[in-house]
Write a protein that binds this ligand. Structure first.
Ligand code: NAD
Length: 471
């Protein structure tokens, strides 16, 4: 049997399951489900060797119940309208679930990224930005992209620069895109935010002893055996924070193959090996798995698909041994596979919750940009002074002096990265327990994806009802 549903149909299927549990008016639900606008554009670019090529690109704005809309831009040959609309819808639900006040959007350029030089990628990115500005699909109060598969801080800097060249008087222009380099209005902690959020989400799920018992696992992240698919931004950082939290990385998969070691793999050594040899295969002490997708079936406690969508299908879902599937990527589990995993009692931590760390910190970056000030700049020294005064009062009471090092360590004001980490942790922890409550309230009859969607739909429905219809 093969997977029949496309990605968008898969998102709609999940939406419909959840919508049926909400009791909202069917027309309101149809409005929430539909994508508000999609812009397709094609444009020519000049290759370095003088040839011309036509590039196809999209931007979908799924919901304008909150503005701006927000969502990444990906560079991949798999990009098409179905995919960007599906991903934009996921962004809407993700933002609502996490109380990030944006509508959902997504963009994509259909290119085989590695076949282009840096100069060519810059030309493509700047032309795409120009096309989006021209149609009012980009701007700090309109639609704010971020990195996604195949893009990073460098592309975001090109987008910001192009936007500001076209809109030179826009005081908030730098907030037209997030995930920028810190030196270009970015925020400390954005790079690792999604992977760090994946870690916080897994940690929260594993902290509930009752849920772990139902899975036959002990509480806590420590000692849990983890397999990660994709060592890009999300996968690498999720693996890093999990390893630091005491988990054991027993399998790592990249597009060229996968490696397996029940004793555990040292992430930094694997990354170094890949940088030196061009592949994760052949890592000393590990077993090579030539067919990389097989890594998903390895014996482990937690499986983290963090590469692409539709990796766990009805073909491999029955063979998955993990008790927890933690969706780092967007849409890695097909609807058919989801049903199989549910049947088999596997806990799926859904993408729309688990990988929301990126958009959460993007929101912080956007706030930083429109406030034109770094987080912590006003209060850091003040807090430091207040803590020092408290410590001196303790010294007077205790009749004992702290050393200069102790004062320095304890009387510390929060820096930007401290505040970003704290805001991210707060968001992931609060959202998990809200989501779990809905899940449990339904007596575990629904999965966490459905619970997350029920919560998101309720919030969006409330916004639409309050706003009314224009005109
Ligand atoms: P990335 O380009 O940095 O990393 C993707 C990695 O997956 C690459 O290392 C690539 O080589 C690897 N890969 C590709 N095909 C593979 C395969 N078949 N098997 C194993 N590995 C494979 O992208 P990213 O930003 O880490 O995004 C990964 C996923 O996470 C995407 O689904 C994206 O939508 C989602 N996501 C990203 C962010 C973010 O902040 N970057 C936020 C939320 C969700």
């Amino acid at each position: 049997m093969t997977t029949t549903r496309g990605f968008l149909a898969q998102v709609h299927h999940a939406f419909d399951r959840a919508a049926a549990l909400t009791g909202h008016d069917p027309t309101l639900l149809a409005q929430i489900r539909a994508c508000n606008s999609v812009y397709y554009v094609s444009f020519p670019i000049r290759r370095d060797d003088g040839r011309f090529e036509v590039v196809h690109a999209w931007r979908a704005e799924h919901s304008h119940h909150r503005q701006p809309t927000k969502g990444g831009i990906r560079y991949s040959m798999a990009v098409n309208e179905d995919e960007v609309v599906a991903l934009a819808a996921l962004m809407t639900f993700k933002c609502a679930l996490m109380d990030v006040p944006f509508g959902g959007a997504k963009g994509g350029i259909k290119i085989a990224r590695h076949q282009y030089s840096d100069r060519e990628l810059e030309r493509i990115t700047r032309r795409y930005t120009f096309e989006m500005v021209r149609k009012d699909f980009l701007g700090p109060g309109v639609d704010v992209p971020a990195p996604d598969f195949g893009t990073g801080a460098r592309e975001m800097a090109w987008i910001a620069d192009t936007y500001m060249s076209l809109k030179s008087g826009d005081l908030n222009g730098i907030a037209c895109v997030t995930g920028k380099p810190v030196t270009q209005g970015g925020i400390n902690g954005r790079l690792e935010a999604t992977g760090r959020g994946v870690y916080f989400g897994i940690r929260e799920a594993c902290s509930v002893a009752e849920d772990m018992k139902a899975l036959g696992l002990s509480p806590g992240v420590e000692g849990k055996r983890v397999v990660v698919q994709g060592l890009g931004n999300v996968g690498y950082h999720a693996a890093k924070f999990l390893q630091e939290g005491g988990a054991v990385l027993v399998g790592l998969a990249e597009y060229e193959g996968a490696i397996h070691s029940p004793k555990g793999l040292d992430l930094e050594k694997v990354v170094q090996h890949r940088a030196e040899t061009g592949s994760i295969l052949g890592f000393p002490g590990a077993r090579d798995i030539k067919k990389t997708a097989r890594a998903l079936e390895l014996d482990c406690d937690i499986l983290i698909p963090a590469a692409l969508e539709r990796q766990i299908t009805e073909e491999n879902a029955p063979k998955i041994k993990a008790r927890i599937v933690a969706e780092g990527a967007n849409g890695p589990t097909t609807a058919e596979a989801d049903a199989i995993l549910r049947e088999r009692g596997v806990l799926v931590l859904p993408d729309m919750y688990l990988n929301a760390g990126g958009v959460t910190v993007s929101y912080f970056e956007w706030i930083k940009n429109i406030s034109h000030i770094r987080f912590g700049r006003m209060q850091r020294r003040f807090e430091q002074g207040a803590y020092a005064r408290l410590l001196h009062a303790v010294e007077d009471l205790a009749g004992k002096k702290f050393s200069a090092e102790e004062i320095q360590r304890l009387a510390r004001g929060a820096t930007e990265i401290d505040l970003v980490g704290s805001g991210l942790e707060e968001t992931m922890v609060v959202a998990y327990h809200g989501l779990r409550e809905v899940w449990r309230r339904n007596g575990n009859n629904i999965d966490q994806r459905t619970a997350a969607l029920v919560l998101a739909i309720d919030k969006i429905a409330a916004a639409y009802e309050e706003l009314g219809i224009f005109p």
